[in-house]
Design a protein around this ligand. Structure first.
Ligand SMILES: *Cc1c(COP(=O)(O)O)cnc(C)c1O
Length: 402
């Protein structure tokens, strides 16, 4: 392999994660640019009519149209697949495009899905409001309960769909058990790994079939663009997802793919650093007597599972204002450094009140079922100095009488 390109999976698969994050997928043009090139083009030209005919017939490789393939997008797909340890990856316009495409591409009327009920609001919405209109039913269960997965299986169950850690309760799913159960029954597991990224957790190492991402979060990591990604076997990507995606069009913009490519270069540095700061802040809040949900703390009921399947617990955790919603909102308002924002994975620390924002749509009953209390706050810990974050929180907590 020439140093100008790093597109041979047989080579990039064997690199260590930090090298993959910086170099896997890089395909240099004849100019030999150091940074990945941004191909802002919708179409491509050909030297002959025969050449384009061969590409459309699938007899020659090469670009045809950016809804199908784009060189910048392909560099990102290769890089994410290498980091995930997956055979193949396709990127999409957003995390929700990735989740929706994965499910719609493989399910048909009459199929059944078992889903973890602690989930991102829009993931629940797809199950409740899109799939059910096409005769695809689901059972939402407590994903932390291994026996509940087994009990919910029906003859027509085609997929398990869950996130771990889950947003915002930080519930974990036992990847080895649940993926193994699915394998033994011929059920496809779709894992939303947005909170962890391949740097902190690789679900395929535990038997997951499909790993889907919001690349908007930690992968970009600097709050700039929307993007999504789906990793799976080459066969699943080529036979199931690719035809669906090419014809329905939830594809990523080349510019957004380029931004995520550059974001991935620093992911192996950012994810552990933000995870370490988040654990420090969580421990501090717990020591002050607050109730905290962080799987890296021994107080979390699934702490041992976290240690088994994650290298660190990530930048996000939840805690509770004892005075409920008004005190939680007052605490947000009293922060001077940490921003109020519903985004996560950013290098800036961000605080969110899930019950009135990200999980408002679920309704009070849905929130109660998912464990989202009115006093709950979700904190994304960024790359600022952790002592400044603790100072800001301590001052704000004092202001609201905690
Ligand atoms: C943000 C998020 C999504 C949706 O991703 P978008 O890029 O916002 O479309 C899905 N799942 C989880 C766990 C998320 O945090």
């Amino acid at each position: 392999m020439k140093k100008t390109t790093a597109t041979d999976p047989a080579v990039t698969r064997n690199w260590r994660p930090a090298t993959q994050a910086v170099r896997a997928g890089t395909h240099r043009s004849e100019h030999g640019e150091t940074s990945e090139a941004l191909y802002l083009t919708s179409g491509f030209t050909y030297d002959s009519a025969e050449e384009v005919a061969a590409r459309f017939a699938g007899e020659a490789s090469g670009m045809q149209y950016s809804r199908f393939r784009n060189p910048t997008v392909e560099m990102l797909q290769h890089r994410i697949a290498a980091m995930e340890g997956a055979e193949a990856c396709l990127v999409q316009a957003s995390g929700m495009a990735a989740m929706t495409s994965s499910l719609l591409a493989m399910l048909s009327a009459g199929d059944h899905v078992v889903a973890g009920r602690a989930a991102f609001g829009s993931c629940r919405w797809i199950l409740d409001n899109v799939l059910n209109r096409f005769g695809i039913t689901h059972t939402a269960i407590d994903g932390t309960d291994n026996a509940a997965w087994e009990a919910a299986i029906r003859p027509e169950t085609k997929a398990f769909f869950f996130e771990t850690p889950a947003n915002p309760t930080m519930d974990l799913v036992d990847l080895e058990f649940v993926c193994g159960l699915a394998r033994s029954k011929g059920i496809t597991t779709v894992v939303d790994n947005a909170f962890a990224t391949p740097v902190l957790q690789r679900p395929m190492d535990f038997g997951a079939d499909v790993v889907a991402y919001s690349a908007t979060k930690l992968m970009d990591g600097q709050g700039r663009v929307m993007a999504g990604a789906v990793c799976a076997s080459r066969q699943w990507i080529e036979e199931v997802l690719s035809p669906f995606q090419r014809n329905t069009g939830p594809i990523a913009a080349p510019f957004n793919a380029w931004v995520v490519l550059k974001g991935l270069e620093t992911l192996p540095l950012r994810a552990p650093a933000q995870s370490a700061s988040a654990l420090t802040v969580a421990r501090h809040l717990e020591e002050k007597g607050l109730r905290v949900l962080h799987p890296g703390l021994p107080s979390h009921p699934q702490h041992e599972l976290c240690q088994r399947q994650m290298s660190a617990a990530g930048p996000i955790f939840a805690f509770f204002a004892p005075g409920g919603q008004s005190q939680a909102m007052a605490l947000c308002n009293a922060l001077e450094l940490i921003d109020i924002s519903n985004n996560i994975g950013d290098s800036k620390s961000l605080m969110c009140h899930p019950a009135s924002t990200t999980h408002y749509n679920m309704g009070a009953e849905g929130r109660a079922e998912a464990g989202i209390e009115d006093g709950m706050l979700r904190l994304n810990v960024g790359l600022e100095d952790v002592e400044d974050l603790i100072d800001d929180l301590d001052r704000a907590l004092g202001t609201v009488g905690i």
